[in-house]
Design a protein around this ligand. Sequence first.
Ligand SMILES: [Zn+2]
Length: 179
Amino acid sequence: MRVAVSVVNALTPGESRGRPWPAPRDLAATATEVLRAMYPTHPEVTEAEAGEYAEIAARLRAVFQAVADDDIDTAATQINSLLDESRARPMLQRHDGEPWHLHFHGTGGTLAGDWAASCATGLAIVLGGEFSDRLGVCTAPHCDRVYVDVSRNGTRRFCSTACQNRVKTAAFRARGKVT
Ligand SMILES: [Zn+2]
């Protein structure tokens, strides 16, 4: 899920922490960078693959947005389409000296396709469980980055402490004006 959030936030345009967040100028380089931050041995993403990643990221963002809008029906429908199209298929694998662990692969044989299958499955597990409302979009002004709330009480509202602090400071200033 952490990977899904990072890739969605890096590749989908909008606003981030009070500033405009344009679509990456070099999509392939940005995709490679964000994936390598989590998987250091990730191969360089080609331009064609980067386009695929960006398209999937946009569709994943829509799921976060639907949940933030309390529209779980739409989120579930969108996830089902992604599961269907990516033909997500669970399989135990063992590689690079790691113990057996669960992978979700698509049948397309592309990295982005496998990624879509694995993100769609991860989101499906969240949406189908008791933590379905834990997907969110930052509620700070001029920010629309997404997050997964893993806090114990599930009260997260911001993408980052940067946004949380921005809102706190603004509220403090507003109070100062009133008194
Ligand atoms: Zn934010």
